[in-house]
Design a binder for this molecule. Structure first.
Ligand SMILES: [Zn+2]
Length: 521
């Protein structure tokens, strides 16, 4: 695991064999991933073989080829092929009552890509100029007080950057890595910065004031043209006296920068969480957010974290609360998805996974496109490895939560740049057969644009047109080309890898004009 530090082309022994899109389970630091299966290994080998052929055809070395859209196409084409040959599932989902007699014959979804050696065609097909809002992103402050006060959180984060070659491995998830991976190595227009469970500035990997620092830095780098970073404030009202927590919400809101409050209801002292519809803790907190005028409220649901209180990880409470606060918007991060459950057609009796969320919507009478939203952070990254599961997952979320209520999220920078996830989404469609059998909406270009950013724009009051105009004078587009060239030359590490903090920082330093006068620490 000791890989290079600084990004020299010959110092990364695995670098030329690393796929741009993981085909094995990964962690977002919040859970322990499963070991890769035989199928994962087979797919990885097949994708590498396809990349080898294409690289040879184009005259590039493999490392370089894998950094192109052709490399992403090779992975997606392999996933597509694997879905056909294995009837589409890692493990078969339980038959749902409505479908047991009409089993689908082919994979429910597919990735449409040009042949990988047609690199330019791949760049074109997997490219786009959508307004992309990633509502679920992370970084850490590598030298913050949390590194001493929250050893468990440190371990979680270190688990996410196992390949980092820096002397302080947290540097691989630093602010510089964040700005590089989101804005110089992906098509992301606006990112919302989140954090992991914490009870305040002493144990938060990105305390609220540092989140504001990231936001200001991005604004300075882009010469203040348009907002690039939104922040939300993670609160843990079940730690210490509630009135104090409510006061903290108030002072955060007074900055005028809080786009949302976010909670981890399954995380708490001694492993005990709370419910949002609990009159002792949850309701006063939602009421406070409401009264402060912060009308977007986010809860992490599903994706069990280490030491999570399973009873309070269910989505029922946030859906229930959505009925009480009709002028607020509630976002269910991860949509109750759980890696221990393979998503299939909606099963109202399911006790785990996305169906528990959809069931809560039914139970509380929440129609599609109402005030409950969902984000696909980590979910898309994990389900895309099986087009059948991916089709069920996106299909039922679009159908039930609503085509205007599904939000793009990637959990970047835990997995490096989100670009390959984005390219995969652009190339994915739900089959006609699944649309007919399960009533899933077609994943049209217009719907993809909604998911990728227009839905979030509506939620957070962003004006895509005005933002685009401001971005026209933004120095980031030029810097993106320079960064791409540096990656191509092996000076910067591949965007899909969580390493290379020093070079990323240097890159940003170069980008900063003398007037911006910042240090990226
Ligand atoms: Zn996250």
């Amino acid at each position: 695991m000791t890989r290079r530090h600084g990004g020299g082309r010959h110092e990364d022994p695995q670098g030329d064999a690393r796929l741009p899109l993981g085909v094995a389970p990964a962690t977002n630091g919040e859970y322990v991933p499963d070991a890769p299966t035989r199928r994962d290994h087979d797919i990885e080998n097949a994708a590498l073989a396809m990349a080898d052929d294409a690289a040879r055809y184009t005259g590039m070395d493999r490392r370089r080829f894998l950094q192109t859209a052709g490399g992403v196409a090779a992975v997606l084409a392999t996933l597509d092929l694997a879905a056909c040959s294995s009837s589409g599932s890692r493990t078969a989902p339980p038959p749902s009552p409505s479908t047991s007699t009409t089993a689908p014959r082919s994979p429910g979804g597919s990735f449409t890509v040009p042949r990988p050696h047609e690199v330019e065609a791949c760049e074109h097909a997997l490219g786009g100029n959508e307004f992309v809002v990633d509502v679920h992103t992370h970084h850490v402050m590598p030298d913050g007080p949390w590194t001493k006060n929250a050893p468990e959180t440190v371990n979680l984060v270190l688990g996410m950057v196992p390949d980092c070659g820096a002397s302080n491995r947290l540097e691989c998830a630093s602010r510089a890595a964040y700005l590089h991976d989101l804005f110089l190595a992906s098509d992301t227009t606006v990112a919302m910065l989140s954090d992991v469970p914490n009870s305040g500035p002493a144990d938060a990997p990105v305390p609220f004031l540092d989140q504001l620092g990231t936001q200001q830095l991005a604004a300075r780098l882009t010469h203040g043209g348009a907002p690039r970073v939104l922040v939300h404030n993670v609160i843990a009202p079940n730690f210490g006296p509630l009135p104090q927590r409510l006061d903290e919400m108030e002072s955060a809101a007074q900055t005028g920068k809080v786009a949302a409050f976010k909670v981890y209801t399954a995380w708490g002292p001694n492993g005990v969480g709370y419910a949002l519809d609990d009159p002792a803790i949850g309701l006063p907190v939602v009421q406070k957010a409401h009264d402060l005028g912060v009308k977007v409220f986010i809860a992490h649901k599903g994706l069990p974290l280490v030491r999570f209180d399973a009873a309070h990880n269910r989505p029922d409470d946030i859906v229930a609360v959505s009925r009480l606060f009709r002028d607020m918007q509630f976002v269910v991060f991860h949509g109750a998805w759980d890696k221990n459950h393979v998503e299939g057609a909606y099963d109202p009796g399911a006790r785990i996974g996305i169906d528990t969320f959809l069931r809560a919507l039914d139970d509380h009478g929440v129609p599609p496109n109402d005030n409950v939203w969902v984000d696909v952070g980590t979910v898309w990254r994990e389900v895309l490895r099986d087009p059948n599961t991916a089709a069920h997952t996106l299909g039922k979320l679009l159908k039930r939560v609503g085509t205007k209520r599904v939000l793009w999220g990637t959990d970047a920078v835990w997995y490096g740049s989100p670009q390959a996830q984005l390219q995969a989404f652009r190339s994915f469609t739900i089959s006609d057969e699944f649309q007919t059998l399960f009533g899933y909406p077609a994943l049209t270009p217009a719907r993809k644009e909604r998911v990728l950013g227009l839905n979030a724009a509506a939620l957070f009051g962003l004006d895509p047109k005005a933002t685009r105009c401001a971005l026209a004078s933004d120095p980031f587009p030029d810097a993106r080309m320079t960064a791409a060239q540096l990656r191509d030359d092996g000076v910067l590490p591949a965007a899909t890898r969580a390493n290379g903090p020093t070079t990323r920082r240097e890159m940003l330093q170069w980008l900063a004009s003398p007037a911006t006068n910042w240090t990226p620490f």
